[in-house]
Structure formats: C-alpha cells, structure tokens
Design a protein around this ligand. Structure first.
Ligand SMILES: O=c1ccn([C@@H]2O[C@H](COP(=O)(O)OP(=O)(O)O[C@H]3O[C@H](CO)[C@@H](O)[C@H](O)[C@H]3O)[C@@H](O)[C@H]2O)c(=O)[nH]1
Ligand SMILES: [Mn+2]
Length: 721
C-alpha cells in the first residue's frame, strides 16, 4: 500500500514572471551602471561618485534579492493522514522551550498564557514537556508558574473536552466564547489567578510572602538577599510531573518545569542563545524529547494541532534524514488595520521565506521552530549518556538527575566545549536565530516552512515607532555580526551550501546597506536642487526612460508581490514602503554605525528586550493608526532631517519651474523630493499639527531644523562651490 500523503509542495505560479522580470531588470540595471562608469571616466565629480555608489549598492542588494524569487514553493500538510502512518503511541516526545527575560517588560501572566496554550496541545500529554527559561531570574515569574500549574489542571481538560481552539485563556475569554457548564467557573478561576499574579508583579514581588501557600515557600529559599537577575545560582523547579500529576478529569498532565540558569556578572551569558542552550541540556537530561519546539514568551499557540502538522514532516517514512527543523512563520496579533509600523514583516515571513524554502529551507525565526534534537544538540550532556538516565523509572524527579541538571545549567559548564560554536544555538550575534539556521544549512541540514492558513502561533509586535525602529536596529546589527565573521555567508556560505541559498543569507545579513542608496537619494538630489544644480538626465534625453523604468519596475514589482499576490491592502503596502524608508534612514545606518563602533571596542551592544506591556494611551493611538513619536529618540533625527530637506528642495523646485521654466532638467530631482515629501506627511504632522502626547518632541524638531540648515551650508561649501 502506498503511504498516504502527509505533505506536498509546488512551485509558485508566479515563478516564471519573477524570472523574466529579473532578467529584464538586470539588463536595465547593467545599462545604468555602465552609464555611471562612463560618467566616472569622462566627467568625474563627487556627485558622480555618490550616485554610482548608491546605484552599485542598490544593484548588489537587488541581485542577491533575486535569489529569493528564483524558486519559491508553497507547501501543504495533511495531518488527517497521520493516523495511517503511525499510532499515537509512536509519536515522538516534544520538549517546548519558552524564553522569558524580564518580568517588567514581559508580564508573567503573558508567559503563563503562552505556556498554557501549548500545554493544552492536542498531543498525548505524557509526551509533552514545557520548560520555561527565566533569564530574569524572577521569583514573580516562578510564582506565576506555580499558579499556572494549578490552573492548568482545570484548563487542559476543559479545552480538550470542548475542542476549544484558542487555548491561551486570555484570548479565549477575551473572545466571548460559547458557554458550557464549567465556563463561568473556569473564567473566574482564571481572573482570580491573573489578579493574584498581577498583584505580586505590581508589588515587585514584595507581597509574595503574604499570598504564598506553605507548599510554595520552599522553592523561594534560593532568592537570598544577594540574588539579582545578573548574579544568582541555578533554580530548577519541577511544577508538574506527568508521572504524578493528574488533571481534574484524572488524566495525565504534561510536565512543566521552571529553569533559571546560573548567572555570573563576570561571565558573558550569550543572551537568548545562551538560555536556549541551557534548556537544551536540561531538557535533554530530564525528558530528552526527540523534537524541541522553541518559543518566545509572547508567542502563544493559535492552533492546538500544530505539533501534528510538524509531524507530517518528521514522521514521513520517506523524510530526508537531514531534515533539521520545521519553521512556522512568525505572525502577529493586534496589528492595526493599516499596519503603520510594518510590523507584519510581510516580505520576510511570507515572500522571502517561501523563496528559501524552495532552495535549502526557511531560516529559523527565533520562535515557532520545531527542531529535531539531533540537529542541534549533542546526546551526552555532562558525559552521561541520556540512555543511562532514561532507564531510571522517573528521571525528572530523581535526585541525581536534578543534581546533573543544575550542573549543566551552570555558567561554567560550556567552558572548553563546542556549545555555541558547533553545538546548540550559535553565539557571536544577537540574531542567534538566522545565524543558527545558517550554520545548520552549512552543515548540510535542511528545513521546511510550514505555513498553514490559520496561524500556528501569534505574538506581539512593537506598538510605537521608537520600539519598532529599535527592534530593527538590533536585528540588523546582529545580521552584520553574522556577515563580518569568519563564517561569512558570501565567502564561507557560498562554498558550503547551495550558492543561491548562501546569497539569500548574504542579502539578509547585508540589508542594512540599503541605507547607503536611501540616504544618498534622500539628500543628494535635494541638496543639488536647493543649490540649483541639475544632476540627472533631462526628460527629453534617452537616459530618462531608464530611470522611469527602474523606478516603476522596482515599485511595481513590489506592489504586485505585496498587494496582488500577497493580498494585502494598498495602504498597507504604502505604509510598508514608508517604513522601509524610515528604517533606511535610521535603523539601518545606526546598525552600521554601532557595528563599526564595536570594531573599535567603543560600543557594547546588548539584547534590548522588546517591551510587551501595553499602555492604554499608547494603544489608543496605535488603534487609531496614528504614528507615535513621543519620546526624544535619536532614531527620529535622520528621518525628520531628511523630511525637512526634501520639503525645502521641493519648494525650491517649484520656484525653478514657475519662475524659470526649468522643469525638464530638474524633473527627476523634483520628483524624488516630492516623493519623500509625500512619505513624510506624518512627520510634518507630528512636528506642527499635532498636540497629543505622541507628537514629535520639540527638541527633535528644533535639532532637525538646525541639522538641515547645517547640512545645506556644508553641501554649499563642499560640493557646490
Ligand atoms: O537575554 C535574553 C534576551 C532575550 N530573551 C528572550 O528572547 C525572546 C525574544 O526577545 P524580544 O525582545 O521579544 O525580541 P524580538 O525582536 O521580538 O525577537 C525577534 O528577534 C530575536 C533575535 O534578535 C529572535 O530571537 C526572536 O525569536 C524574534 O522574535 C524573548 O522571549 C526574550 O525573553 C532571552 O531569553 N534572554
Ligand atoms: Mn518578541
């Protein structure tokens, strides 16, 4: 009998269009670069050099970007066929690792929701273990999970009995669920738990002594007076043990384990990658699940059948033995209607990932990845083979296993080992996700993108401009760390894997270089216009058509991908390209700057955890789709300077046309300035029209006016004498 189909894949229908377009566009770009070379030879000038540089970087990034469009594939899974391949008893055990790092930025009740949503997976509970990694070393988080363990005994059977789909209680009760006999009772239990946890958090943990039942007290003895989040011993607490704990219906509970690894001020802890590696070892000792699911604390499960979808790949009898992980794309809840901060990361999660999936596989996105343990971990932590541990009748509660678990969570454990370089999540960058998948692909592992209609996980995203820009800056800084490394994707990668895939990684890690053409085009045409110097071809010359084609081609293709094939609204597309310009003026160059400073040892760049706290006023602005400036952030400065310079230039251009009729020679420059002006509308509004707390801070407005004027004088002195 043939095996029933577990998954299928087919190339996207638009592939031929992509390839044709790439070809034509490549020809146009080459002509442009040739013209530049001609100019550089026959009439060299600072302006010619700058324009060449801009277009050269643009061409390089465009070219590497085409690799994503070469062979995109679309996959489908058929979890309903799983039962024909294997019985439930054959399903592999899964260890879920949930990371949290800061109880003030990542409210513990949110982490609890994420944990509950996966503990209630439609998966045999005895094969499910949920580990919480608390890098904040917070007893508030531990307390929240003690409450979680109790509540789970009601929540899981309830979800399974009624086939609830939203298994994060916050989402479930927020969506006016249908009413069953137990609903009200469980809802009030949840509300009670939530208010207890929030009260503890509000008191900064002080009220813990009062709320705590004696059974809980013991665990907190580790929090001695000198215990801080950056200096403390390992804390491991088994909160639910599937050999002992039963839910209210008498069924087995999944394991729930709290871990806060040892921290020492003097030792680098390698951020999330470091935390995950500890979790790999601890879980390897305790439960050793064949599959490991990595989740961020805000990425709750939105579909209880997700593990079955992943199994469609892992349990396929014909599966590639080198299949390392299955990635579910990051998706977000609470994004406003027009996605003003482009938080959906539509191209990354929906276009680029399909492109890599057609080569060697999608990148790991930090969350929502099911790993085969073998691909990422070694199987003898501590030199003890896991078999010898697994033969113990109840490893997770046995004393000697727990002693070992503390040992593998200590901050000296990794000294002189390959953890972080050849094993586990890789160190050396704050975007450990992309880097780890890059290394795995180099080693010959493959991956698969599982992109079901109903999002597998949903998480939060920044809801103000500064957070959004900061997050992007952090990522692109991390990407640069990957590129300028001894395993550079362009040099080492191209030799170690499918070169197209390596070029995809090259593109990813060098994207902050977009800032070079963006900054040049946001200032040079404008400053020349203000100085009355034409720098592009006239409308009547041949070269003009080339520019029109290149501009419309790039924007048109982007529009097609986003709106027509991607089925997003036009306004979302517009907002996305606007954000891209903002990133290009701010996050990207700051990432480049920070990376350069780091080379000289001048910057110690950390992992700035994104806040998941929603403040009401901020939320209201976001819901209304109003861009929030509010804080005095240096990240706004280049954006507002560019918007002012363009406005100035545009006005000057209009004067040139109206008074002197010089439309022909200045058309391109006026168009570019006008384009920036239209994109900058929100910024002018923020500077002069708005009165709410999200308006542009006066300091930034004044600083940008001063900077714009200074840049003008400098340009007059240097370039347009
Ligand atoms: O020292 C640290 C720092 C962070 N985290 C956790 O890492 C996760 C991601 O951090 P967040 O601040 O939410 O960053 P994002 O920008 O939202 O994260 C994206 O980018 C990261 C890489 O920079 C990836 O790891 C994430 O999966 C991806 O969602 C969170 O669960 C944190 O608790 C730790 O466990 N330890
Ligand atoms: Mn996040």
């Amino acid at each position: 009998m043939p095996t029933p189909l577990l998954h299928s894949s087919k190339p996207l229908s638009k592939t031929w269009l992509n390839r044709m377009f790439s070809l034509v566009y490549a020809v146009a770009l080459s002509i442009l670069l040739l013209r530049h070379c001609h100019n550089l030879i026959y009439s060299p000038s600072t302006i010619a050099i700058a324009l060449f540089l801009a277009d050269f970087v643009f061409a390089f990034l465009w070219l590497t970007n085409q690799c994503f469009h070469w062979n995109p594939v679309e996959r489908k899974v058929f979890p309903e066929n799983l039962k024909h391949v294997a019985s439930e008893s054959k399903y592999p055990p899964i260890d879920v690792l949930i990371c949290t790092a800061d109880p003030t930025k990542e409210p513990p009740i949110g982490v609890v929701n994420t944990a509950l949503s996966v503990m209630a997976y439609e998966y045999p509970a005895e094969k499910l273990s949920v580990y919480v990694s608390d890098d904040g070393g917070s007893k508030m988080t531990l307390y929240a999970f003690m409450e979680c363990a109790k509540f789970a005994k009601q929540w899981i059977p309830y979800c399974k009995k009624y086939g609830v789909v939203d298994r994060a209680p916050e989402v479930y009760f927020g969506s006016q669920p249908s009413s069953y006999p137990e609903t009200d009772h469980i809802k009030s239990m949840y509300e009670d738990m939530k208010s207890r946890v929030e009260a503890v958090v509000q008191s900064g943990g002080l009220s813990l002594d009062r709320v705590m039942e004696p059974e809980f007290q013991d665990a907190f003895r580790k929090w001695t007076p000198d215990f801080t989040s950056r200096q403390h011993p390992t804390v491991i607490q088994i909160l639910l043990d599937n050999n002992a704990d039963k839910d209210v219906a008498g069924d087995v509970m999944p394991n729930l384990i709290y871990v806060s690894r040892e921290k020492n001020n003097l030792k680098p802890h390698n951020f999330k990658a470091g935390a995950l590696n500890v979790m790999l070892r601890v879980s390897g000792l305790l439960t050793n699940g064949k599959l490991v699911l990595v989740l961020d604390c805000d990425m709750y499960s939105n579909d209880p059948e997700t593990p079955l979808r992943a199994l469609c790949y892992f349990m396929d009898p014909n599966a590639d033995p080198k299949l390392g992980f299955v990635q579910f794309p990051q998706r977000f809840n609470g994004i406003n209607k027009n996605d003003i901060y482009a938080s959906e990361f539509m191209p990354e999660t929906q276009i680029l990932s399909l492109g890599m999936d057609g080569l060697l596989g999608a990148v790991f996105m930090g969350t929502g990845g099911f790993f085969k343990r073998d691909s990422i971990s070694d199987d003898s932590p501590c030199g003890v083979t896991t078999e010898s541990i697994q033969t113990k009748s109840n490893p997770i509660n046995s004393k000697d296993v727990l002693v070992l678990a503390h040992e593998v969570a200590s901050c000296n454990y990794e000294d002189h080992t390959k953890w972080g370089s050849k094993i586990g999540f890789r160190y050396g960058t704050i975007t450990e996700d992309i880097y780890t998948s890059f290394q795995l692909h180099c080693e010959g592992w493959k991956s698969v993108l599982c992109n079901p209609k109903r999002a597998a996980f949903l998480g939060g995203s920044p809801s103000n401009l500064n957070d959004g820009l900061t997050q992007i800056k952090r990522w692109y800084m991390g990407f640069l760390e990957i590129f300028f490394n001894k395993y550079c994707p362009l040099i080492y990668g191209v030799r170690s894997m499918n070169p197209l895939q390596a070029l995809c990684y090259t593109h990813y890690t060098l994207r902050s270089f977009w800032s070079i053409p963006i900054i040049i085009y946001a200032f040079l045409p404008q400053l020349s216009l203000i100085n009355s110097v034409p720098i592009f071809t006239k409308v009547s010359e041949d070269g003009f058509f080339l520019y029109v084609f290149l501009f419309l081609g790039a924007y048109g293709k982007d529009f097609l991908d986003f709106v027509v094939f991607g089925r997003r609204s036009t306004i979302r597309w517009w907002n996305h390209q606007r954000m891209w310009l903002m990133w290009g003026l701010s996050s990207y160059p700051f990432a480049l700057l920070e990376r350069s400073l780091k080379c000289f040892g001048l910057s110690t760049f950390g992992f700035n955890v994104t806040s998941k706290v929603v403040d009401e006023e901020q939320n209201r602005l976001y819901e209304q789709g109003v861009v929030e400036f509010g804080v005095e952030s240096l990240l706004f400065l280049p954006i507002s300077v560019a918007s002012l310079v363009s406005l100035w230039a545009f006005a000057k251009g209009v004067i040139h046309v109206l008074l002197y009729g010089r439309l022909e020679e200045f058309f391109v420059q006026i168009f570019i300035s006008g384009f920036v002006v239209v994109n900058s509308w929100v910024i002018y509004e923020g500077m002069v029209l708005r009165k709410d707390r999200g308006k542009m801070p006066l300091k930034i407005t004044l600083a940008s006016i001063a900077t714009a004027i200074a840049i003008y004088f400098l340009s007059t002195l240097i370039m347009f004498r």
